[in-house]
Write a protein that binds this ligand. Structure first.
Ligand SMILES: O=C(O)CCC(=O)C(=O)O
Ligand SMILES: [Fe+2]
Length: 294
Protein backbone atom coordinates (compact mmCIF):
# COMPACT_ATOMS: atom_id res chain seq x y z
CA UNK A 1 0.00 0.00 0.00
CA UNK A 2 1.28 3.48 -0.84
CA UNK A 3 0.55 6.50 1.26
CA UNK A 4 0.28 10.02 -0.01
CA UNK A 5 1.55 12.96 1.97
CA UNK A 6 -0.85 15.85 1.86
CA UNK A 7 0.89 19.20 1.92
CA UNK A 8 -2.33 21.15 2.18
CA UNK A 9 -3.28 22.21 5.69
CA UNK A 10 -6.20 20.20 7.04
CA UNK A 11 -7.65 23.11 8.94
CA UNK A 12 -8.27 26.34 7.08
CA UNK A 13 -7.82 29.49 9.15
CA UNK A 14 -11.33 30.92 9.22
CA UNK A 15 -10.24 34.54 9.21
CA UNK A 16 -11.97 35.79 12.31
CA UNK A 17 -10.31 38.72 13.96
CA UNK A 18 -8.07 37.75 16.85
CA UNK A 19 -5.91 40.17 18.77
CA UNK A 20 -2.74 38.13 18.19
CA UNK A 21 -3.11 37.92 14.42
CA UNK A 22 -1.72 40.24 11.80
CA UNK A 23 -4.93 41.86 10.64
CA UNK A 24 -4.64 45.54 9.75
CA UNK A 25 -6.85 48.52 10.49
CA UNK A 26 -7.85 50.56 7.45
CA UNK A 27 -7.09 54.24 8.06
CA UNK A 28 -6.93 55.53 4.49
CA UNK A 29 -9.31 57.87 2.69
CA UNK A 30 -12.93 56.96 3.14
CA UNK A 31 -15.50 56.62 0.38
CA UNK A 32 -19.05 55.61 1.19
CA UNK A 33 -20.89 52.53 -0.03
CA UNK A 34 -23.73 53.58 -2.35
CA UNK A 35 -26.89 54.32 -0.34
CA UNK A 36 -30.10 52.84 -1.78
CA UNK A 37 -32.70 55.61 -1.79
CA UNK A 38 -35.25 53.01 -2.94
CA UNK A 39 -34.89 49.53 -1.51
CA UNK A 40 -35.19 46.75 -4.11
CA UNK A 41 -35.37 43.30 -2.51
CA UNK A 42 -34.32 41.34 -5.60
CA UNK A 43 -31.37 43.63 -6.19
CA UNK A 44 -30.37 43.29 -2.52
CA UNK A 45 -30.48 39.48 -2.71
CA UNK A 46 -28.38 39.50 -5.89
CA UNK A 47 -25.93 41.88 -4.23
CA UNK A 48 -25.21 39.33 -1.49
CA UNK A 49 -23.68 37.13 -4.21
CA UNK A 50 -21.88 39.93 -6.07
CA UNK A 51 -20.90 42.59 -3.51
CA UNK A 52 -21.37 40.47 -0.38
CA UNK A 53 -23.54 43.01 1.43
CA UNK A 54 -26.87 44.85 1.28
CA UNK A 55 -28.17 48.04 2.88
CA UNK A 56 -31.75 48.12 4.14
CA UNK A 57 -32.77 51.69 4.97
CA UNK A 58 -35.26 52.70 7.63
CA UNK A 59 -35.74 49.34 9.36
CA UNK A 60 -36.31 50.94 12.76
CA UNK A 61 -38.26 54.16 13.22
CA UNK A 62 -37.11 57.06 15.42
CA UNK A 63 -38.99 55.82 18.49
CA UNK A 64 -37.59 52.29 18.11
CA UNK A 65 -34.07 53.69 17.76
CA UNK A 66 -34.54 55.77 20.92
CA UNK A 67 -36.01 52.81 22.84
CA UNK A 68 -33.22 50.42 21.84
CA UNK A 69 -30.53 52.99 22.65
CA UNK A 70 -32.12 53.48 26.03
CA UNK A 71 -32.22 49.73 26.65
CA UNK A 72 -28.55 49.38 25.66
CA UNK A 73 -27.47 52.32 27.79
CA UNK A 74 -29.34 51.10 30.86
CA UNK A 75 -28.49 47.38 30.60
CA UNK A 76 -25.42 45.73 32.02
CA UNK A 77 -24.80 47.84 35.14
CA UNK A 78 -22.47 50.80 35.73
CA UNK A 79 -20.50 52.17 32.78
CA UNK A 80 -17.13 52.19 34.62
CA UNK A 81 -16.69 48.45 34.14
CA UNK A 82 -16.71 48.91 30.35
CA UNK A 83 -14.22 51.73 30.25
CA UNK A 84 -10.92 50.29 29.04
CA UNK A 85 -9.29 53.61 28.12
CA UNK A 86 -6.71 53.27 30.92
CA UNK A 87 -5.70 49.88 29.48
CA UNK A 88 -5.00 51.55 26.13
CA UNK A 89 -8.29 50.48 24.60
CA UNK A 90 -11.63 52.29 24.59
CA UNK A 91 -15.12 52.33 26.09
CA UNK A 92 -16.34 48.90 25.00
CA UNK A 93 -19.73 47.66 26.20
CA UNK A 94 -20.66 44.49 24.36
CA UNK A 95 -23.70 42.65 25.70
CA UNK A 96 -25.07 39.34 24.53
CA UNK A 97 -28.72 39.31 23.45
CA UNK A 98 -30.52 36.56 25.36
CA UNK A 99 -33.40 35.76 23.05
CA UNK A 100 -34.71 33.07 25.40
CA UNK A 101 -34.93 35.44 28.35
CA UNK A 102 -36.19 38.76 27.06
CA UNK A 103 -39.30 39.09 24.85
CA UNK A 104 -38.21 42.61 23.86
CA UNK A 105 -35.87 41.26 21.18
CA UNK A 106 -38.57 39.33 19.30
CA UNK A 107 -39.58 42.53 17.53
CA UNK A 108 -36.27 42.82 15.67
CA UNK A 109 -35.76 39.33 14.33
CA UNK A 110 -38.23 39.26 11.43
CA UNK A 111 -38.04 42.75 10.01
CA UNK A 112 -39.16 42.92 6.37
CA UNK A 113 -36.23 43.27 4.01
CA UNK A 114 -33.67 41.98 6.49
CA UNK A 115 -35.29 38.59 7.12
CA UNK A 116 -36.33 38.27 3.46
CA UNK A 117 -32.73 38.58 2.31
CA UNK A 118 -31.57 36.18 5.03
CA UNK A 119 -34.13 33.55 3.97
CA UNK A 120 -33.26 33.99 0.30
CA UNK A 121 -29.52 33.50 0.80
CA UNK A 122 -29.43 31.03 3.73
CA UNK A 123 -32.52 28.97 3.03
CA UNK A 124 -36.13 29.61 3.95
CA UNK A 125 -35.69 27.75 7.24
CA UNK A 126 -32.68 29.77 8.41
CA UNK A 127 -32.45 30.86 12.03
CA UNK A 128 -31.25 33.67 14.19
CA UNK A 129 -27.81 32.50 15.29
CA UNK A 130 -26.88 35.18 17.85
CA UNK A 131 -27.24 38.80 18.80
CA UNK A 132 -25.41 41.52 20.66
CA UNK A 133 -25.71 45.14 21.69
CA UNK A 134 -22.50 47.08 21.33
CA UNK A 135 -21.49 50.56 22.42
CA UNK A 136 -17.98 51.72 21.55
CA UNK A 137 -16.18 54.98 22.25
CA UNK A 138 -13.19 56.98 20.98
CA UNK A 139 -10.11 54.88 20.24
CA UNK A 140 -12.14 51.92 19.02
CA UNK A 141 -11.34 50.41 15.61
CA UNK A 142 -11.41 46.97 14.07
CA UNK A 143 -8.98 45.54 11.54
CA UNK A 144 -10.09 44.16 8.19
CA UNK A 145 -11.14 40.53 8.68
CA UNK A 146 -13.68 37.91 7.68
CA UNK A 147 -16.05 36.55 10.32
CA UNK A 148 -15.95 33.03 8.92
CA UNK A 149 -14.63 31.50 5.73
CA UNK A 150 -16.78 28.46 4.91
CA UNK A 151 -14.95 27.51 1.72
CA UNK A 152 -11.34 28.32 0.86
CA UNK A 153 -10.70 28.39 -2.89
CA UNK A 154 -8.01 29.62 -5.25
CA UNK A 155 -9.07 33.10 -6.35
CA UNK A 156 -9.47 32.09 -9.99
CA UNK A 157 -12.25 29.70 -8.94
CA UNK A 158 -13.80 31.90 -6.28
CA UNK A 159 -14.04 34.77 -8.81
CA UNK A 160 -15.45 32.63 -11.60
CA UNK A 161 -19.08 33.77 -12.10
CA UNK A 162 -20.13 30.11 -12.51
CA UNK A 163 -19.03 29.41 -8.94
CA UNK A 164 -21.61 30.33 -6.30
CA UNK A 165 -20.01 30.19 -2.87
CA UNK A 166 -22.74 29.27 -0.38
CA UNK A 167 -23.53 31.67 2.42
CA UNK A 168 -23.62 29.97 5.82
CA UNK A 169 -24.07 33.02 7.97
CA UNK A 170 -24.65 36.72 7.61
CA UNK A 171 -24.93 39.52 10.13
CA UNK A 172 -27.40 42.39 10.25
CA UNK A 173 -25.97 45.47 11.93
CA UNK A 174 -28.66 47.85 13.14
CA UNK A 175 -27.19 51.34 13.55
CA UNK A 176 -28.58 53.58 16.24
CA UNK A 177 -26.60 56.71 15.35
CA UNK A 178 -26.46 58.89 12.26
CA UNK A 179 -22.97 57.77 11.33
CA UNK A 180 -20.07 60.09 10.65
CA UNK A 181 -16.50 59.08 9.82
CA UNK A 182 -15.31 60.12 13.29
CA UNK A 183 -17.44 57.60 15.22
CA UNK A 184 -16.00 54.68 13.27
CA UNK A 185 -18.47 53.37 10.70
CA UNK A 186 -18.29 49.75 9.61
CA UNK A 187 -16.19 49.39 6.45
CA UNK A 188 -16.70 46.70 3.82
CA UNK A 189 -14.52 45.59 0.91
CA UNK A 190 -17.19 44.95 -1.76
CA UNK A 191 -16.84 41.62 -3.56
CA UNK A 192 -13.88 40.52 -1.41
CA UNK A 193 -15.33 37.06 -0.67
CA UNK A 194 -14.45 36.32 -4.30
CA UNK A 195 -10.80 36.20 -3.16
CA UNK A 196 -11.61 32.74 -1.76
CA UNK A 197 -9.73 33.48 1.45
CA UNK A 198 -9.58 35.67 4.52
CA UNK A 199 -7.37 38.81 4.46
CA UNK A 200 -3.78 38.31 5.55
CA UNK A 201 -2.77 41.73 6.81
CA UNK A 202 -4.22 43.40 3.72
CA UNK A 203 -6.84 46.10 3.81
CA UNK A 204 -7.90 45.98 0.16
CA UNK A 205 -8.65 43.31 -2.42
CA UNK A 206 -8.20 43.51 -6.16
CA UNK A 207 -7.59 47.27 -5.91
CA UNK A 208 -10.87 47.77 -4.04
CA UNK A 209 -10.47 49.72 -0.80
CA UNK A 210 -12.80 49.42 2.21
CA UNK A 211 -15.84 51.66 1.91
CA UNK A 212 -17.93 53.05 4.74
CA UNK A 213 -21.50 52.08 5.53
CA UNK A 214 -22.34 55.72 6.31
CA UNK A 215 -25.85 54.95 7.40
CA UNK A 216 -28.55 56.74 9.36
CA UNK A 217 -30.00 55.66 12.70
CA UNK A 218 -32.50 52.87 12.02
CA UNK A 219 -30.74 51.57 8.87
CA UNK A 220 -29.31 48.05 8.61
CA UNK A 221 -26.20 46.72 6.90
CA UNK A 222 -26.34 42.99 6.18
CA UNK A 223 -23.19 41.21 5.08
CA UNK A 224 -22.01 37.67 4.54
CA UNK A 225 -19.44 36.33 7.00
CA UNK A 226 -16.76 35.78 4.34
CA UNK A 227 -16.89 39.37 3.06
CA UNK A 228 -13.89 41.35 4.32
CA UNK A 229 -14.85 44.13 6.69
CA UNK A 230 -13.77 46.08 9.77
CA UNK A 231 -14.46 49.38 11.48
CA UNK A 232 -12.86 52.79 10.94
CA UNK A 233 -11.36 54.46 14.01
CA UNK A 234 -13.56 56.43 16.35
CA UNK A 235 -11.60 59.70 16.58
CA UNK A 236 -14.40 61.81 17.96
CA UNK A 237 -13.12 64.59 20.22
CA UNK A 238 -16.32 64.97 22.24
CA UNK A 239 -16.35 61.35 23.36
CA UNK A 240 -19.25 60.35 21.09
CA UNK A 241 -20.00 56.63 21.19
CA UNK A 242 -21.37 54.39 18.44
CA UNK A 243 -24.37 52.13 19.23
CA UNK A 244 -25.17 49.03 17.20
CA UNK A 245 -27.21 45.87 17.55
CA UNK A 246 -25.94 42.84 15.69
CA UNK A 247 -28.25 40.00 14.67
CA UNK A 248 -26.60 37.06 12.96
CA UNK A 249 -28.67 34.73 10.78
CA UNK A 250 -27.43 31.27 9.87
CA UNK A 251 -28.20 28.19 7.89
CA UNK A 252 -30.32 25.80 9.95
CA UNK A 253 -27.36 23.46 10.45
CA UNK A 254 -25.27 26.10 12.23
CA UNK A 255 -25.36 25.93 16.01
CA UNK A 256 -27.16 28.88 17.59
CA UNK A 257 -25.58 30.85 20.44
CA UNK A 258 -28.65 30.47 22.73
CA UNK A 259 -30.98 27.53 23.45
CA UNK A 260 -33.23 26.84 20.45
CA UNK A 261 -36.88 27.26 21.35
CA UNK A 262 -37.61 23.51 21.24
CA UNK A 263 -35.83 23.49 24.62
CA UNK A 264 -38.65 25.56 26.03
CA UNK A 265 -37.73 24.81 29.64
CA UNK A 266 -34.94 27.38 29.23
CA UNK A 267 -37.38 30.02 28.03
CA UNK A 268 -39.04 32.86 29.82
CA UNK A 269 -42.79 32.05 29.45
CA UNK A 270 -43.28 35.61 28.18
CA UNK A 271 -41.08 34.90 25.17
CA UNK A 272 -43.04 31.71 24.41
CA UNK A 273 -46.37 33.52 24.81
CA UNK A 274 -45.44 36.51 22.65
CA UNK A 275 -43.51 34.89 19.78
CA UNK A 276 -45.39 34.70 16.48
CA UNK A 277 -45.10 31.44 14.46
CA UNK A 278 -42.45 33.10 12.28
CA UNK A 279 -40.45 34.26 15.31
CA UNK A 280 -40.70 30.74 16.81
CA UNK A 281 -39.28 29.27 13.62
CA UNK A 282 -36.43 31.79 13.57
CA UNK A 283 -35.54 30.90 17.16
CA UNK A 284 -35.59 27.15 16.50
CA UNK A 285 -39.01 26.38 17.94
CA UNK A 286 -41.81 24.06 16.93
CA UNK A 287 -44.37 25.52 14.59
CA UNK A 288 -47.85 24.00 14.20
CA UNK A 289 -48.19 22.28 10.79
CA UNK A 290 -50.98 24.67 9.72
CA UNK A 291 -48.72 27.66 10.46
CA UNK A 292 -45.67 26.19 8.81
CA UNK A 293 -44.56 28.42 5.96
CA UNK A 294 -40.85 28.01 6.32
O1 LIG B 1 -18.06 47.17 14.70
C1 LIG B 1 -18.16 47.00 13.50
O2 LIG B 1 -18.52 47.89 12.75
C2 LIG B 1 -17.79 45.66 12.92
C3 LIG B 1 -17.87 44.55 13.92
C4 LIG B 1 -17.32 43.26 13.42
O3 LIG B 1 -16.81 43.16 12.36
C5 LIG B 1 -17.38 42.04 14.25
O4 LIG B 1 -17.98 42.07 15.34
O5 LIG B 1 -16.84 40.99 13.85
FE1 LIG C 1 -16.61 41.04 11.85
Amino acid sequence: MTTTTLNAPRVIENGHYKKDQKFKVYDGPLENLPYPEHFDLDAAIDAMFTDGYAIIPGVLNKQEVADLRHLMNTSGGPDEQYDETKKGWCFNKHLNVEFHKDPHFLRYINRPGVVDIARAVLGNNCRVQSGSMWITGPGRRMPIHADFLPVALPEEYASDPRVIIPIHECVAQFYLDDLTADIGPTVVVPGSFKSGRAPEGETEWNGIKPKAAMLKAGDVLLFRFDCWHGAYSNTNKEGRRRHIMQLAYAHRRVEPGYPPMVYDKYYNPEVLAQATPEQCQLLGGRVKPEEKKY
